[in-house]
Design a protein around this ligand. Sequence first.
Ligand SMILES: [Zn+2]
Length: 199
Amino acid sequence: MRPATHALIGGAATAALAPSLGWPASALFGLASVFIDVDHYLDFLYYNGGKIWSLRKAYLFHLRLTCHHHRKDFLVLNVLHTTEAFILILLLALWSGSLWLQAIWAGMIFHYLCDLSMMFRRRILHVRAHSLLEYWIRRRRLAQAGLSPDNPYLDTLKDLQAGAGGPGGNPSLIALSTPSPGAAALPAKTSGHIDSVIV
Ligand SMILES: [Zn+2]
């Protein structure tokens, strides 16, 4: 699900919770329900080797990545969206007795459930590993078949670089190697289609 959609739904839930939970805890709930997606940004940094820090380019990268949902080697790990991360935050919240941590945990779960419902409707639940253990197992299986879940990410980087600067490249596409001023333009299709669900 895209960040704007999460912000909209999270904002509505925050407003609904505020009377009973109070504003600080409700605000933390809302912030967690949006900023859990920071792990997508970390993915982008990891795959571009820490060379590109632009938030806009990270967003466009993930939009373009959705073109590869159909591939056999497409497997996403978003560390903050894993069972292990949810258990860890929950244990910390219960151990500390902190209402704020509990609100953060609830915001993360809320976000995750929104993601799940959208992915379920799109029939793409399988493209994300929902736990670190699942990712490890599935990555090993892919490796045994000679595949790597890194490749869709690396191909996406190549797609975008080619689109920005290659022969016949569309200058409105993301420019990964040079700063690109102006409003964000959606990348054009190169393979598959851009999905409305970012995972
Ligand atoms: Zn998410």
